[in-house]
Design a protein around this ligand. Structure first.
Ligand code: AHM
Ligand code: MG
Length: 333
């Protein structure tokens, strides 16, 4: 089998005119940071990286040591290369413009350094999610307002999942490509070509402990799935919930399914649980590029106009026919 490394794959994409040299460099740098995060995640207790950092992030959540380590790795890897104008992280309140010590580039990078971090201490898969936007033309000192672009403006999106193997999933809009880290060689190898999500599925992912807080359309939809063969759907469904969005989305990208973190009455004032800019948008771009759909329940995620960097939205994504059904139930009220 011809082994194609991430570098080789990206150079071929660039030659086909699918990405600029700077975007290729940016993705390579993110991939390098992901390798460093994977090393830390896999050492776990041996490196003393488990447990709380003793600080809270902007979301008011207690940071884990690995949240802080992953955030630092991504910032340090990306700030000097000359391909970015600014960065934004789930873990940091303000955007981070590229310091005057380094050349500035044409892109904005957003990331959730370690998604699913409540799973770190129990040795369950976690991940890194990232999104790339263009810095608006003529802007040399970007502010938060320059990040307020809808998900449809993303030029690339991806995630890494630190599971039994480390995988990097990537799209620049032209299909979804998966790479597996060869730890001995230290390279990502292209192992999953053109990943696609089947339109139909028998599997759903939702935190069912929130059932009493859901809105009526979600209660109806999940109620019908749970009724299985005896209900209106006339067939049985299976439930999975890892509580790491990357792991749940990765399963859906591999074998189909629907993932939901819907609006619920506990979090109405916040807008939802998951963050638009570095969770919902990149995952929506990947899912759509793989033939799936992604909605808030009422609106295509990629069409949401952001008003705040750390904005939250309800998320329904995965196999197209199921997502469309959930949207229909919301429209019917
Ligand atoms: P995090 O970015 O702080 O880790 O939070 C996001 C995570 C998602 O990965 C996951 O889908 C969800 O939160 C799990 O929520 P819950 O603990 O309510 O099941
Ligand atoms: Mg997260």
């Amino acid at each position: 089998m011809r082994r194609v490394t991430l570098t080789q794959f990206l150079i071929e994409q660039q030659r086909k005119g699918l990405m600029s040299a700077d975007l290729r460099l940016l993705i390579e740098v993110v991939a390098r940071a992901v390798k460093a995060i994977a090393v830390n995640v896999s050492k776990g207790a041996l490196a003393g990286v488990l447990g709380e950092a003793g600080s809270d992030n902007i979301q008011g959540e207690a940071q884990k040591k690995l949240d802080v380590i992953a955030n630092d790795i991504l910032i340090q890897a990306n700030e000097w290369g000359g391909h970015l104008a600014a960065m934004a992280s789930e873990e940091v309140e303000e955007i981070r413009p590229i310091s005057g010590d380094y050349p500035k580039g044409a892109y904005l990078l957003l990331f959730d350094p370690l998604d699913g971090s409540s799973n770190i201490d129990v040795n369950i898969s976690v991940g890194t999610i990232f999104s790339v936007l263009r810095c608006p033309a003529g802007v040399s000192a970007p502010t938060e307002a320059d990040f307020m672009q809808p998900g449809s403006a993303q030029v690339a999106a991806g995630y890494a999942v630190y599971g039994p193997s480390t995988q990097l999933i990537l799209t620049v809009g032209d299909g979804v490509h998966g790479f597996t880290l060869d730890r001995e060689m230290g390279s990502f190898i292209h192992t999953h070509a053109d990943m696609t999500i089947p339109e139909d599925t028998k599997e759903y992912a939702i935190n069912a402990s929130n059932e009493r807080f859901w809105e009526a359309p979600v209660q109806r939809y999940i109620g019908e799935l749970k009724a299985g063969q005896d209900g209106p759907r006339g067939r049985d469904f299976n439930m999975r919930w890892v509580a790491s969005m990357v792991a749940d989305v990765h399963r859906i990208l591999t074998r189909g399914g629907i993932f939901m973190y819907p609006m619920d009455s506990k979090m109405k004032d916040k807008g939802g649980k998951l963050r638009l800019m570095y969770e919902a948008n990149p995952m929506a771009m990947i899912v759509e590029a793989a033939g799936g759909a992604a909605s808030t329940g009422r609106e295509r995620i990629l069409d949401v106009t952001p008003v705040q960097l750390h904005q939250r939205v309800p998320v329904v994504l995965g196999s197209k026919n199921e997502v469309e059904r959930v949207v229909r139930y919301h429209l019917e009220g």
